[in-house]
Design a protein around this ligand. Structure first.
Ligand code: GLN
Length: 471
């Protein structure tokens, strides 16, 4: 599958057509999905839309919307009217979306063709896509390994060459970490840059949707289409919310050395150090920084996120959406529906969240975690006075084996570099920085660039230079 930019040019010149490309996408999914399980549903009518797009190109050429005829896949926690929106949960197995998410509306307007819904960890809780109620997704690079998560289906859909772009959501790393494991690009915007209207809420103060693509340029293109203020999401921001973040030729990068001193694979560190050398060769400055609070992000995240999860998931009660178990009375219906409908990880987080919000514990846990969050943000603001960007590996290891991380804490540790970004609301991008060998296979690993609030365009511009335009 070519990139969006390439496809668009070929559609305009007539070198290929949306019909040809969507036909290839659908047949590739048919061939590979039974093994990879990246897609929960395939939209066969995409072909009809592709035929319409093909006609439009014949008539109007370049005078057509930017994404006309481009096949796209979408994580199944984002509403696409008339299609199943399951959140990869039994509780919503037969739930059909009754409206389009804002970002879906924007993508439709831009002419994109939805070819299918992608697999994910149930309600986006997880880091491997093994928590899906509909079976795990496998990593197309090595199908004995996980694709990462929770947007593992979206990353795998791009890595298996079914689509040039898939949309994911990122609450603590769920776009960036699977992008890293699958060798593709993933972008988490500044909090509020993209509307959450029509996304199933996990942690409302953390969630953002973003693109997973093959190139940085494609990620930027799609982000710019889905971003923007939305009257249906009061937390969306506009260009004036943060002071302008300058785009420069050369930047000062900060490396939080102490953060990486523990638990990071040796060869991931080697690739990271090589990447730092590359930046220096390209004329950037790289300095050491300290982020002692940022490093504690995981502890704060696993209080704040479950708290929000427990509240957001209260709506799945057997009355309003999806599954409804029979019960003797209303309470019995609630209990049976939730016991049957939710998987173990979701239950764990609801319990944890309910606990940290309960009277007597609220101040000790939730209040403290929120305070820590404010302090982290202050720390970050200080650091961004000295550096333009922060750089870390995206994850401490390459993709692990299916079933390898049975203990939830070891799974949570994979997000050590990504969760502080969501807690502070800054933007970050992950793109491939190299390969490491495991059992005679080459596995991709990603680097993460973190920018200041509103620095989304800076991230794209520098990552494009370093990655898309690499020698
Ligand atoms: N892996 C993290 C978690 O399990 C992040 C999830 C996400 O970003 N949706 O919470």
């Amino acid at each position: 599958m070519k990139t969006i930019t390439e496809l668009r040019q070929e559609f305009i010149s007539g070198a290929t057509t949306p019909t040809e490309v969507v036909t290839i996408a659908l047949s590739l999914i048919k061939e590979k999905n039974p093994d990879i399980n990246a897609f929960l549903e395939v939209y066969e009518e995409a072909l009809i839309e592709a035929q319409k797009a093909t006609e439009q190109y014949k008539e109007k050429g370049a005078d057509t919307p930017e994404l006309l005829g481009i096949p796209i896949a979408i994580k199944n926690n984002i509403l696409l009217k008339g299609k199943k929106a399951t959140g990869a949960s039994k509780i919503l197995e037969n739930y059909t979306a009754v409206y389009d998410a804002t970002i879906v509306g924007k993508l439709k307007e831009a002419g994109a063709i939805f070819v299918g819904a992608t697999n994910m960890d149930e309600f986006a809780m997880g880091g491997s896509t093994e928590n899906s109620a509909f079976g795990p997704t496998k990593n197309p690079v090595d199908n004995t390994r996980v694709p990462g998560g929770s947007s593992g289906g979206s990353a795998a859909a791009v890595a298996m060459n079914a689509v040039p772009v898939a949309i994911g959501t990122d609450t603590g790393g769920s776009i960036r970490q699977p992008a890293s494991y699958c060798g593709v690009v993933g972008f988490k915007p500044t909090y509020g840059a993209v509307s959450r209207y029509g996304l199933m809420a996990m942690g409302s103060s953390l969630d953002q949707a973003g693109p997973i693509t093959k190139t940085v340029a494609d990620a930027e293109l799609v982000h710019n289409i889905i971003a923007g203020k939305d009257k249906n999401d009061a937390t969306t921001i506009d260009a004036d919310t943060y002071k302008e973040v300058e785009i420069k030729d050369k930047y000062v990068f900060g490396v939080p050395k102490a953060f990486m001193s523990d638990g990071v694979d040796e060869d991931v560190l080697t690739a990271f150090n090589d990447h730092v050398e590359l930046l220096k060769k390209q004329g950037h400055e790289v300095i050491d920084i300290d982020l002692p609070l940022f490093e504690q992000g995981l502890a704060a995240y696993y209080v704040v996120m479950p708290a929000e999860v427990s509240s957001n998931l209260a709506r799945y009660d057997g009355i309003r959406y999806g599954l409804s178990a029979e019960g003797d009375n209303l309470l019995d219906v609630y209990e049976k529906t939730r016991a049957e409908g939710f998987g173990p990880e979701v239950k764990r987080r609801i319990l944890l969240g309910t606990h940290v919000l309960s009277s007597g514990y609220y101040d000790a846990y939730y209040g403290k975690a929120q305070l820590a969050r404010i302090k982290m943000r202050e720390e970050l603001d200080e650091v961004f006075k000295k550096v333009d960007l922060i750089i870390t590996p995206t994850a401490p290891t390459p993709a692990f084996k299916l079933g390898e991380k049975a203990d939830p804490l070891s799974m949570y540790r994979q997000d050590i570099f990504t969760v502080p970004v969501n807690l502070t609301g800054v933007p970050a991008i992950s793109f491939p920085m190299g390969m490491v060998e495991r059992e005679e296979k080459q596995l991709p690993i990603g680097v993460q660039y973190i920018g200041p609030h509103g620095g989304d365009a800076r991230l794209f511009s520098v990552a494009r230079k370093v990655y898309d335009e690499r020698p």
